[in-house]
Design a protein around this ligand. Structure first.
Ligand SMILES: [Zn+2]
Length: 132
């Protein structure tokens, strides 16, 4: 299902600034934000955190047959990044082939176009990762 423009805009803070939450009760970090800590439930106290964007590759794969909206970017490396704070995020690793990436490779976030063929003419930006 295609997202409406208002929904896209509501998601911008998380997508642009890598915002998540930390539970101060159990010191667990989450991304994206959630309203309740699944470990602590009602005892949990969540505060907003802005992730540094630095982390390491937890898992990755090379996408050669992407969804239509991402065909102009293929092949690309899609990875689960374990941020230094402990949360895991899924993102593309830019300017790299799978042969360049290893489990544990250090990465940093970069700001790139996510999708440009939106029928409304919008170009969506957000974070991706690069090897450091
Ligand atoms: Zn907690």
């Amino acid at each position: 299902m295609k997202e409406s423009i208002p929904l896209t805009w509501r998601k911008i803070p998380a997508r642009y600034r890598l915002l998540g939450v930390k539970c101060t009760t159990c010191s667990t970090y989450y991304f994206p934000k959630r309203l309740v800590c699944p470990k602590c439930r009602r005892r949990g106290r969540l505060e907003e955190v802005r992730y540094s964007g630095k982390g390491k590759v937890y898992s990755f794969t090379e996408i050669t047959s992407p969804p239509v909206a991402f065909q102009d970017q293929a092949p690309y490396v899609l990875a689960i990044i374990e941020l230094d704070e402990g949360a895991k995020v899924t993102g593309q690793i830019v300017d790299a082939r799978a042969s360049d990436v290893k489990i544990g490779s250090r990465v940093d976030k970069v700001f790139r176009i996510i999708q440009r063929d939106d029928p409304e003419g919008l170009i969506h930006y957000g974070f991706k990762f690069k090897l450091v």
